[in-house]
Design a protein around this ligand. Structure first.
Ligand code: PEP
Length: 248
């Protein structure tokens, strides 16, 4: 299965010149066989994807309707026609600060799949989730709610990427343990398998996100059944990001 290293730049950097510099450094890296996807702030997406077509691009969110009176929202049409093929959905910061619910994420997921974009569904994060076990339990519910009613044939062949991102590990410098991540990856696969069977489960890439840095990658590579990483802070540092790619 393909490996994905996805950089979530969040609301950084603050100027286009800095974003341009960072993308240009990342573009020069030896990316091996990994699919490196960058998710910059959406207002930089058009220019960056045009200037660096060798990289894969993604958006950090997408609304569930194609167009209409939805102030401030981002349409799938904009994302698709501005060089992006991937969309993060249900990121824990959106769940926490914007009260994005499992049902909202489910609507977004359906829409994004219909528009032939690849969703990166983030699970395990949200308000009040402080303990590892809570994040696992939340991941199970979030995943089930998101995919409910979607026919298996739509999700076959890696059409959806799942990123396990426990709240307490995001942006804290404290990644989850490899044991916890391996347990989460198994839980996610079992959950998909229980809905859709093992072929679809085995074909679905599962990533980990939460304070990923180059030093934890070798350990995770040995111990967990992952197909890559969703990287926040470290994706803003081309050198650290390059090491993550190299070691993955
Ligand atoms: C993220 O925002 O998806 C993330 C994992 O952030 P960080 O790597 O900074 O914890």
């Amino acid at each position: 299965m393909k490996k994905y290293i996805i950089g979530n730049w969040k609301m950084n950097p603050s100027t286009f010149a800095e974003a341009d510099r960072l993308a240009s450094r990342i573009q020069m890296l030896n990316r091996g066989s990994a699919e490196v996807v960058l998710c910059p702030p959406v207002y930089f997406l058009a220019q960056l994807s045009k200037k660096f077509p060798q990289l894969f691009w993604g958006a950090q969110d997408c609304f569930w309707e194609a167009s209409g009176a939805y102030t401030g929202e981002i349409s799938s049409e904009y994302i698709r026609t501005h060089g992006a093929a991937f969309v993060l959905l249900g990121h824990s910061e959106r769940r926490m600060y914007l009260e994005e619910s499992d049902e909202m994420v489910a609507k977004k997921l359906r829409h994004v799949l219909k528009r032939k974009l690849t969703p990166v569904l983030c699970v395990g994060g949200g308000e009040g989730l402080r303990e590892p076990e809570q994040c696992l339990a939340a991941a199970r519910i979030q995943l089930t709610t998101a995919v409910r009613g979607i026919p298996g044939k739509i999700l076959a062949g890696g059409r959806i990427i799942i990123a396990y991102e426990p709240t307490w590990a995001i942006g804290t410098g404290r990644p989850a343990t490899s044991k916890h991540i391996a347990a989460a990856a198994s839980l996610i696969r079992e959950q998909i398998s229980s809905h859709y069977g093992t072929i679809i489960a085995d074909g679905t890439p599962v990533l980990y996100g939460g304070s990923v840095n180059a030093s934890i990658v070798p350990k995770l590579k040995k111990k967990s059944n992952l197909q890559g990483y969703l990287v926040g802070g470290a994706s803003l540092n081309a050198l650290e990001f390059s090491k993550i790619i190299e070691l993955s």
